[in-house]
Design a protein around this ligand. Structure first.
Ligand SMILES: Cc1ncc(COP(=O)(O)O)c(C=O)c1O
Length: 410
């Protein structure tokens, strides 16, 4: 079949004239295919899914009730543009209550249709061809992808266990620093589960000022902090001079499909984001913003979500340790990031996290997500569906019996 006339028209950023012709399969597609195969080959074996990265519960009933009422109001029908004051004011109250951070609701906060879209838009504010964005790896790649779309470059900062999964800012070469405009951080970190410290954030502020760099701290998982109190980058002196923090209701409020979050911090940076956003979308449905404001004002929700995922992670960590994994309770997120096994006694060896993950799903119907960017690791998510604690315990027992039978080597 011949190519359509527009095959030659695709932009280089998505592959140019070769767009759609590649045979490379992306990690998450590979996992989906392996899951389908495991289900087809072994219908008798329950698929144990530690792969999903999405909350297993609906938003709290109180929030759904606000949504149900607001959806019927005429005044909520139109374009929301850069957002309603009621949402921004609820954010300001939340940031004060949760982190002790004071923000001006009109100039220092703007909503976004999920933090993903904010991360996609911010490079448009800064990146000209040749400019550099510093991105931690492994990590959520969206800001890096858009940096490249604008002709910029990504410089990867590996997150290593020996550095407590914090980037080594001192190791960045001078010629890179001269061209760097953005530093993208994410704490609590996905997938490593590490939380940042005040000392690290203070170092980041100094680094940003010294090298004229803007800091974008992705706080999507912040409500799920188990190691100490949740910490905002903006609570550190000087942070508001150098950056913004991006928050989301997806994870901490079980509102993953509702698509609502916010960018907050330095007013000129928030303004630049809002200007780009205004040229990309027309704002989240006002009913969603009002329901989200009600969620933010309900002090009981973050504690409940945190407690549930902390409980599930505690059970997972002790079970995996009994099966030979070297792991400890993560500081935050609903992910456990642990060294991948090297093989199976008397069986195959694994040269990567991906090989181990493929073996576990195809041979034992246990789904995990591999990360090989900075060492071979597996990520276990505790967002599996389990109706109650007894169901969680049964799932742990089944996983333990399968893993012990395999005799993994580390
Ligand atoms: C680190 C991180 N940042 C941002 C996001 C995007 O979240 P949302 O767009 O739902 O706010 C995710 C979602 O998986 C994430 O893990």
């Amino acid at each position: 079949m011949s190519d359509p006339y527009f095959q030659q028209l695709f932009a280089d950023r998505i592959g140019g004239a070769n767009y759609g012709k590649g045979t490379e399969i992306y990690k998450f597609e590979k996992i989906k295919r392996a899951k389908r195969k495991a289900l087809a080959d072994h219908p008798e074996r329950k698929l144990i899914d530690f792969g999903i990265g999405e909350n297993d519960e609906m938003a709290p009933e109180s929030v759904r009730q606000v949504m149900a009422a607001e959806i019927n109001k005429t005044e909520n029908r139109g374009y929301a543009d850069n957002g309603i004051a009621a949402f921004k004011e609820a954010v300001a109250r939340f940031m004060q209550r949760m982190f002790g951070v004071s923000l001006d609701a009109t100039t220092e906060i703007n909503h976004c249709i999920g933090s993903k879209t904010a991360l996609a838009m911010i490079p448009a504010c800064f990146i000209n061809p040749g400019d550099v964005t510093l991105m931690t790896v492994p990590g959520y790649p969206v800001a890096g992808t858009h940096t490249r779309y604008y002709g910029g470059e990504v410089f990867r900062l590996p997150l290593l266990a020996e550095n407590d999964f914090l980037p080594d800012l001192a190791a960045i070469p001078e010629d890179i620093l001269r061209r760097t405009k953005l530093l993208v951080l994410n704490y609590p970190n996905s997938p490593t589960g590490k939380v940042a410290t005040k000392e690290f954030y203070a170092e980041v502020v100094e680094f940003a000022k010294k090298h004229n760099i803007v800091v974008i701290q992705d706080a999507a998982h912040t409500v799920l902090t188990f190691d100490g109190e949740p910490l905002s980058f903006l609570s550190v002196p000087g942070a508001k001079d150098v950056g913004v923090e991006i928050h989301s209701l997806s994870k901490g409020f079980d509102m993953i499909g509702w698509r609502i979050g916010w960018v907050c911090g330095n007013p000129l940076l928030v303004q630049a984001f809002s200007d780009v956003k205004d040229n990309c979308d027309s704002g989240q449905f006002i009913a969603v913003q009002k329901a989200a404001a009600a969620a933010l004002d309900d002090e009981s929700i973050p504690g409940r979500t945190r407690e549930k995922y902390q409980r599930r992670l505690t059970k997972l960590v002790s079970m995996l340790k009994r099966c030979g994994f070297e792991c400890e309770m993560p500081g935050g997120t609903y992910f456990l990031y642990t060294k991948s096994p090297k093989g199976v006694v008397g069986g195959p060896t694994f040269d990567s996290g991906e090989a181990a993950s493929q073996y576990l799903i195809t041979e034992h119907s246990i789904c995990t997500v591999p990360w090989d960017d900075a060492g071979a690791f597996l990520r276990f998510s505790v967002t599996y569906v389990a109706a109650d604690e007894a169901a969680e315990d049964a799932l742990m027992a089944e996983t333990e019996s399968r893993l012990k039978e395999i005799q993994l080597q580390f």
